[in-house]
Design a protein around this ligand. Structure first.
Ligand code: FAD
Length: 476
């Protein structure tokens, strides 16, 4: 046991419980220094989008409080991690540095350099898996390569042991913390204009918020999840994505909680677990194909002719396409920083296939507006929808936004929640208001083209155009 300090670097693991790096630091018996570095400067690091910055601000405030409750202090510093971490290590006389791993290429490069530098200075460096069920290199095909298809990946990954989650350790002995930045100086939350009202109403970032959301899901949405997860009008999904993204919960904690949920049908538990493995699969892809957010996984798509149509793109972003399900989804995203998965698929498909706009433009918008914007899940999902990804949706699957709305939001309640201008439309026409009679429109107070737009593209014509465009890159 050494008396020099253990420096714990928090990143996408903003929690005290089941945090392997923190746990190991506590086990070492050294006095702790807790550090968070806001690194937006290292080469290749993608700065967080606006909604995720808001989340981070709240999450760090929560971690500051949690540290203070243990009589410690979270040190905040800003700059290149490879410069800041050695400085803080020197300031605190740390003998060992602990962190949980990250899986993007730029982050891996930063951590590798850091490890070399710290080791050269005689510090012990230990890294752990704090955010995945399995390290991406553990799950391998028979020939030793990465998986490109979800089914076989899942079957193989599910065979691997999953670490049991641990509680927060009891050793809370802190070294003197050096000076740090004030969180408010980082200006992570918007001020003028303050557009985050809907986010504040919708979310409680932090470990406590994650624990509450998990418990609420186990008591509520998990039962019936398999059948109802595709219904945006019913609150049956967990909404745990931002808590997993920022590591307020580990996937091990979530897995253990659903597996011990008690009286829940196996089908619901297994369906939910498979979704957690989609997250694993995305990270597997990101690790093995680091350009996932920029480069078509299927290089044939490099020759795809995308349109540039700023009017259409703006209408999509703001939720004014004239297709109620798409518009409700895009407004849910704008107001709350989150969108239901089924609607994400349909909205993304609309941008790519109806508007023929490059999937990377959509990925960027989601990156900026989602509180759960995730380097692996977002990129992998956009490529999946485009048809350019590993294990992608077939290119010819072009969602009909009306049929999808009528199937998954049959009474139109989801649309009414986010499109107040259609709140009085009856269910039988709410997903296709342009087919409503003048009388029905008048009774609902809707004037098409004024209070709500007419469809910005015709579905049947857009479908033909997309198929024809896709046909060109198939080469047959
Ligand atoms: C175009 C598009 C973009 C997306 N961008 C993101 C993103 O930036 N961040 C993100 O976390 N998810 C993303 N997803 C995946 C999915 O939509 C969300 O994870 C899900 O809607 C989150 O809601 P939930 O927590 O209630 O999910 P639940 O249904 O309760 O699922 C539980 C958890 O499993 C994981 N998960 C569920 N579905 C998927 C999936 N299809 N792919 C990967 N992981 C999944 C998530 O971590 C989720 O929290 C995207 C999907 C699409 C189609």
């Amino acid at each position: 046991m050494s008396s020099s300090a253990a420096l714990v670097c928090f990143r996408d693991d903003l929690r005290l419980a089941d945090n392997p790096a923190l746990h190991a630091a506590q086990q070492s018996g050294r006095p702790l220094v807790l550090l968070y570095v806001l690194d937006e400067e290292s080469e290749g690091i993608r700065p967080l989008g606006a909604a995720a910055r808001w989340w981070l601000g709240r999450a760090l405030a929560s971690l500051e409080d949690a540290s203070a409750a243990k009589s410690g202090r979270l040190v905040l510093r800003r700059g290149k991690a490879r410069e800041i971490v050695p400085i803080v290590a020197a300031e605190t006389g740390a003998g060992a540095v602990y962190w949980n791993r990250r899986y993007g290429a730029a982050e891996i490069a930063v951590d590798a350099t850091l490890k070399t530098e710290l080791t050269a200075r005689g510090l012990a460096v230990e890294s752990f898996n704090g955010s995945l069920l399995h390290e991406p290199w553990i799950v391998k095909t028979q020939s030793g390569g990465p998986f490109k298809v979800f089914g076989p990946f899942y079957r193989s990954a599910a065979q691997c042991d999953v670490r049991r989650p641990t509680r927060a350790g009891s050793h809370w002995h802190f070294a003197d913390a050096p000076a740090g930045d004030a969180l408010s100086d980082w200006k992570l939350e918007p001020a003028a204009p303050d557009w985050a009202g809907g986010l504040r109403e919708s979310w409680t970032p932090g470990e406590d918020g994650g624990r509450i959301a998990l418990a609420a899901f186990i008591d509520g949405g998990l039962h019936g999840y398999a059948d109802r997860r595709n219904r945006p009008d019913l609150d049956h999904t967990s909404r745990l994505s931002p808590y997993l993204r920022f590591g307020h919960l580990s996937p091990q904690q979530v897995l253990a909680a659903v597996r011990h949920a008690g009286e829940v049908p196996d089908a619901d538990v297994e369906k939910f677990v498979s979704e957690l493995y989609w997250r694993e699969f995305s990270y597997h892809l990101l690790f093995h194909f680091p350009d996932l957010a920029q480069v078509n996984f299927n290089r044939r798509f490099d020759g795809f002719e995308w349109n540039r149509d700023t009017k259409l793109e703006r209408a999509w972003r703001r939720g004014f396409t004239g297709y109620p399900l798409i518009d409700a989804g895009m407004r849910q995203l704008w107001q709350t920083g989150w969108m239901h998965n089924r609607v994400r698929m349909i909205a993304a498909s609309f941008l790519i296939k109806h508007a023929l706009i490059d999937w990377r433009r959509g990925e960027e918008w989601f990156w900026d507006t989602l509180v759960d914007a995730d380097p692996a899940n977002n990129a992998a999902s956009w490529q999946w929808v485009a048809g350019s990804g590993a294990d992608a949706a077939p290119y010819f699957r072009i969602f009909n936004p009306v049929a999808q709305g009528e199937k998954f939001d049959p009474q139109g309640d989801y649309v009414r929640r986010f499109l107040p201008e259609l709140a009085r439309m009856p269910a039988d026409v709410i997903h296709r208001p342009w087919e409503a009679s003048p009388q029905v429109l008048a009774q609902a107070g809707v004037t098409l083209g004024e209070t709500y737009p007419l469809p910005i593209v015709d579905h049947a014509a857009a479908r033909r155009r997309a198929l024809e465009r896709y046909q060109r890159i198939r080469g047959d």
